[in-house]
Design a protein around this ligand. Sequence first.
Ligand SMILES: [Ca+2]
Length: 161
Amino acid sequence: MLTLRTTLATLGLLAAGTTLPLTVASPAAAADCGSELTTWKESGYVLAWGGPGCAGDPLGRAAGNDPDWGQSGGGFTGSDTNQAESVVNGGTYSDGVNIVAFYDYTAYSAANGYGCLKRGMKIDNLYNEYFINPAGTQLRRMHNAISSHQWVTTSACTAYM
Ligand SMILES: [Ca+2]
């Protein structure tokens, strides 16, 4: 029995040894916003990236609100609308207005669906999140769909990601 157990343990180590390099080499291993959250936490900015995992340069960043990610001003412009796939909330306390509400439509239209991200939080892949309307109905996925955002208080949002 001892010999069998030792052999099984050895096989287990071998299996683990062959799995590890595959995990490291996978592109999916990079899809995490952890380092960007560390960089931007308590910066006062909300940031968004055009791909999952906050990879590369952000689409934009904003300390204030932006009613239209497809128009100039507010931190997100032009092709930024309907492009975000990962986001970071680097908000500060700021009198409690530190939740970011992201909207499917421009001009903060909650009726068309929104989703809120708490201070110091990240979303690695917006594909896994859904816009929700004030009635609590789940709408479309949030990836490649955000068109406006604003900073709100905790009690002002009912649709947390
Ligand atoms: Ca804008």
